[in-house]
Design a protein around this ligand. Structure first.
Ligand code: FEO
Length: 405
């Protein structure tokens, strides 16, 4: 059953969270068996009501009913949109159909998108970066944070209560068993889903995470609570998720962590990969493996999260139809698009009659900015000389993760 949470997070602000375990592929792309939450927020002060974002269209009626448990929806004065992606705006046509007097506050681009996406032309007040909006005793301050991950992304600081509504930024996948970051073990469990969220959704634009954090600092924004549109609310330690987001955005490596991804049609490439993994294991590296074989299908979405903070990568793929084995081709392309960093990569490939995949993988990853340290291609099973090259290269990779083979 879909769970809905309504709870005060400060004197005047409620979180309205719905747990979505129905969506299997976020953005119709990213596999999320762990689910996702949509967090909207409602400021219900004695003088004004302000809604911050919404839920996915599937949950429009639930959203309206949930708002009704706190206030009369018709009385909403303002609706703040932090970006227009429909996981947060899909329910707004229903809300604006009831809250006809509400004024939407948002980036100037959001006005056009409301018309183009939903045919909506509500009262709209465009807000500039740094602009403040007074609500008789409460102040909203808007901060444009472009490309996190849409061009019109912004955040809102409720100054008097020290709450920063951050939209997607500092959010994560999964359905945490609490609204807040109070429990350290829950935070530890959650982090892989936050990292996966950043890699898959924001990954291509991740340098803008760093810019946004610098901008918040330069604007002297020091929130007491970070209130993202997905996942945990940060009130015990907001700096934890900010520093993690910055670290992931910079693709900073965890010493010793190596991610291995491979696809092997009939086991030859797998044999090559296992030679490398044996060397890495002996050297004390922590190896995370994603594989496509006749028994298993690795998760691209999880892979991207793990690749982001790895010290090095091993990629293995058979040559298939004069190209890269298709399952791995997509992984390589997404690794290049979302997680590129000057990290060492070892490329291993087996072929039947013509070696192609290894060279193509090296070309894609090299162009993206990875440091391809070695490409070993073998016709069928690796020869003794090829096996030596693999083990030698794996030894150099182990050095990159802080250990020696
Ligand atoms: Fe959670 Fe970019 O929407």
């Amino acid at each position: 059953m879909t769970r809905i949470w309504v709870e005060k997070i400060s004197r005047d602000v409620y979180v309205l969270r719905i747990d979505d375990s129905r969506t299997r592929f976020f953005e119709s792309l990213w596999s999320i068996p762990e689910g996702i939450t949509y967090n909207a927020y409602l400021l219900a002060s004695p003088k004004y009501t302000v809604l911050f974002d919404g839920w996915k269209a599937w949950y429009s009626e639930d959203f309206l009913e949930t708002i009704s448990t706190i206030i009369e929806p018709r009385s909403i004065d303002y609706i703040v949109i932090h970006h227009m992606e429909p996981d947060h705006t899909g329910s707004l046509p229903r809300i604006l159909g009831v809250s006809r007097e509400a004024t939407v506050l948002g980036h100037p681009m959001s006005k056009t998108m409301l018309k183009e996406f939903y045919g909506l032309e509500p009262r709209f007040k465009p807000v500039r970066n740094g602009e403040t909006f007074s609500l008789e005793g409460l102040t909203l301050r808007f901060i444009h944070a472009p490309w996190l991950h849409w061009p019109e992304t912004m955040m809102t600081l409720l100054e008097e209560e020290g709450i920063l509504f951050t939209g997607d930024a500092f959010g994560g996948y999964s359905i945490p068993s609490s609204l807040f970051d109070d429990d350290e073990s829950l935070v530890e469990w959650y982090m892989r889903y936050a990292r996966k969220y950043l890699a898959t959704v924001i990954g291509h634009y991740r340098q803008h995470v760093v810019k946004a954090v610098e901008k918040l600092s330069s604007m002297d924004v020091k929130p007491r609570i970070l209130a993202p549109a997905h996942g945990l609310i940060w009130r015990r330690s907001p700096e934890t998720i900010v520093s993690k987001y910055v670290s992931w955005a910079k693709a900073e490596p965890q010493p010793g962590k190596i991610t291995v991804v491979y696809g092997s049609a009939y086991g030859s490439t797998e044999t090559m990969v296992k030679l490398a993994v044996k060397i890495l294991g002996k050297a004390g590296c922590s190896v995370v493996t994603y594989k496509y074989t006749d028994l298993e299908e690795g998760s691209l979405s999880d892979l991207l999260g793990d690749a982001l903070d790895s010290a090095a990568l091993v990629i293995g793929a058979s040559t298939y139809e004069a190209g890269i084995l298709p399952s791995i081709r997509r992984m390589v392309e997404e690794l290049a698009w979302k997680t590129a960093a000057p990290k060492p990569v070892l490329v291993l490939s087996s072929y039947g009659w013509g070696g192609v995949a290894g060279k193509k993988i090296a070309e894609i990853l090299g162009k993206a900015g990875f440091n391809v340290v070695e490409v070993v291609e073998a016709r069928g099973m690796p020869s003794d000389e090829e096996a030596d090259r693999i083990m030698d290269a794996a030894g150099r990779l182990a050095e990159a993760c802080g250990e020696k083979a």
